[in-house]
Write a new protein. Structure first.
Length: 197
């Protein structure tokens, strides 16, 4: 079943100075809080691109907000949770994948971390330099590289994960548990669709 795309022409009321993408009135008479500034930026986008293209504003808003939230969460986690241990988001993800699923061939680890094999090589080198992981040749094919947690890496991930999860709860606390479950379900639906496009 394909997603239905809205191709309605620009609603001129959206491009007006006091309406955001959702059609919510925006007051210019007071300083906008940070969350409302996003709606103001979206309104500015409507003004800029609405006259030029047949744009699906709902899809654009959904995707751009997924991107913004992902970046904000990543920055928060790297700064407040992972930074003190000198870990990047990808470094933490690699430790997590190895902790949960065990030793991985480097190519598969890159896929699970959502990075290229070249990027993973640098991450693995950094983690190995910190004695958090070990590299070895694949037993069945010496051309392939296997990556696994070291004892120190296992200690670090088991110490960091509860703090990481605590911050996941803090980040998601603006939503009720029911909304969190619904959001996760909807994001999985988008992810499945991206994989099939």
């Amino acid at each position: 079943m394909s997603a239905q795309r809205s191709t309605k022409p620009l609603d001129k009321s959206l491009a007006g100075p006091s309406i955001d993408l959702a059609g919510t009135p925006v007051s210019r008479s007071k300083r906008l809080p940070k969350a409302d500034a996003i709606s103001e930026r979206e309104r500015q986008v409507v003004e800029r691109v609405g006259e030029l293209h047949d744009v699906d504003f709902a899809a654009m808003s959904a995707v751009s907000n997924i991107y913004r939230v992902a970046g904000a969460v990543r920055n928060h986690m790297e700064r407040d949770v992972l930074g003190p241990d000198g870990l990047s988001w990808t470094g933490f993800t690699a430790l997590y994948v190895l902790w949960v699923w065990g030793p991985q061939e480097a190519r598969h680890l890159a896929e699970e971390c959502g990075v290229t094999k070249g990027t993973l090589t640098g991450v693995v080198t950094t983690l190995q330099g910190k004695n958090l992981i070990k590299r070895s040749s694949h037993p069945g094919d010496g051309r392939l590289v296997m990556v696994e947690l070291s004892a120190r890496g296992r200690t670090m991930i088991t110490r960091l994960f509860p703090l990481f999860n605590k911050h996941e709860a803090l980040v998601a606390s603006a939503l009720s548990e029911k909304e969190q479950i619904q959001l996760a379900r909807l994001l999985r639906k988008v992810l499945r669709n991206v994989d099939s496009v």
